[in-house]
Write a protein that binds this ligand. Sequence first.
Ligand code: SUG
Length: 463
Amino acid sequence: MPEVNFDGLVGPTHSYAGLSYGNKASSNNQGAVSYPRAAALQGLAKMEAVAALGLVQGVLPPHERPHLPTLRARGYSGSDAEVLAKVAREDPVLLARVSSASAMWTANAATVLPSADTRDGRLHFITANLREMFHRAIEPAVTARVLAAVFPDRARVAVHEALPAAKSNDLSADFGDEGAANHTRFTTSATNGGEVNGVHFFVYGAAADSARVPAKFPARQTRAASQRVAQLAALDPERCVYAQQNADAIDAGVFHNDVIAVGNGSMLFCHELAFEHRQETHAALRRAIGGDALCIAEVTRDEVTLEEAVQSYLFNSQLLTTPDGSMTLLCPSECAENPRVRAAIDRVVADAGNPLSRALFMDVRESMRNGGGPACLRLRVPMTAQELASMNRAALVDAPKLALLRAWVQRRYRETLRAEEHADPALLRESRDALDELTTILELGSVYDFQRTTDSQASLGAH
Ligand code: SUG
């Protein structure tokens, strides 16, 4: 039973607002016109491509945006239309923040700890607090609800709330958590599934004893958070490896480890500047995995510079074990456009010393322009056959479901979107109607605030 990939569906308000300091694509594309419909269709095409490899593919829904409850909690009152007009006038950055479709990057939704590795034998999801960026810090409550609706069997699956988000000067009690983007599970199982135990690799940007931290951009993940995540599922400490991300890489725009390294099964594909303590990190992983099992395919700075890695998102490719036991690298199409990046891929594919046997290139440009590549768009869930049987299977995609979702996007999404349109009450209505229909398609129940509050709060907004 191979792992299941759950991709985030791009939401109807997808835009380029330059909200993520330290994420170069986000900053560089600030203010550009976005194409929500094309963005969502690109995501669906990627899901289809992964399913066509013979893998089980799932989908997680967008969040409700603009998020009116966040605005009301900050003192904006009146009808929804009045609130939108006021915030557009007084604080357009806040409007952009509560309108971001950032929940599409489900690699940041949670850390996933499979039942083969946890003390209580359940599959654990630790929802990420995403506290570093305001527009992302409003995701966890709904993410936890969505995960609980997709994995309703509490005897088999635990969904944890996010870790406390308050910042502390004491880094050993400071929980910056960005989820699976900074976590990799290795296993020597041929099928790479949830039945066989694994080794957990947690990569953080800063810890209390870090000799060096990034000078320019934030370290979003703290070691304290990674350790707490491991404790919550009671992972075997012998099978956990913690490593610091290279501070220079963060300053070059590597805001998550999954922008510089990807691991799968017994293979780690990474840049030589991924980790602060390269050799010690490799050695610790080899020790934890045991024997000669781990295969590290490294790309040097001479082959591909840090800047090229960030621009192409080479390491944000999905490294997938296919049913024949070989691996496929699903890369963003930008990788095929840089000859040096392309050559590095060809070299690693041709190397008989690793399980990678081919590369595919996918166009996810709308997401890429916000710093989200193929791997950002998916949450990997290694499951057992029983867990798969007990989940909400309406959240899995097959050909008919993909056709249904495509038609839904075509019908519900705007072709283009400009920042000022976030204040348009019609966009809010369209988005809510679209999401209401989606919760029926995916059989999620009422996961959104607008579905749970009373009429007077949600739409009349008389305060
Ligand atoms: O958190 N971009 C996201 C990209 C997340 C990528 N995820 C992984 N690497 N796993 C972020 O920085 C930009 C939104 C904007 O600027 O409009 C944004 O949120």
